[in-house]
Design a protein around this ligand. Sequence first.
Ligand code: ATP
Ligand code: MG
Length: 200
Amino acid sequence: MSTKDERHAEAMAKQKAKVDANIARADEERGVAVLLTGNGKGKSSSAFGMVMRALGYGQSVGVVQFIKGKQLSGEEIYLREKCPQVDFYQMGTGFTWNTQDRSGDIAAAEKTWAEAARMLADERLDLVVLDELTYMLAYDYLDESTVLSAITARPVAQSVVVTGRGGGSALRDVMDTVSEVKDIKHAFKAGIKARKGVDF
Ligand code: ATP
Ligand code: MG
């Protein structure tokens, strides 16, 4: 073995010892609360990656999208058509982002939240995705303490994924994993149209 190989082997052994120690230390078995936030692309698509993972193990999954219903997406089509076992709910056309119809939007947000709250209380669900939930908090359409209580009081074995920019420090505090997707560059800003299968 060359000295370079030896040094590499030594470094790998050290790394492995570190990883093994961390694995041994992480002995708590429970669901995790994940927040995917930030301005870059990759929050919702990561959440749906976890949906795929969970389904791969035959786990039960619930998804609630806090977005306007007219934006059709590949994940919606796929889950509705190919995964009838997934509990899927979308805010739908009741929501307008129209400042003139704030009370209508709040009503739509609350109706959608009722579905999310039902899922967060359902012991049968292994994974619950609350896509774009942060905006409901940012716009004060949902009561923050109600949302945070439901997340923290969920069944021990259930994991929850929340996506969306912002969301506030109280939300961060109750989550176990918080990742910020940073915008370095985005095709859209260079004039490239949003792409089917990539962006929606
Ligand atoms: P994705 O669903 O692709 O994972 P996301 O959930 O991180 O994206 P959202 O803010 O929910 O981001 O926006 C969804 C749409 O906006 C997608 O089409 C995505 O490509 C686009 N988008 C996300 N980030 C940016 C950005 N920084 N600039 C322009 N468009 C963006
Ligand atoms: Mg998103």
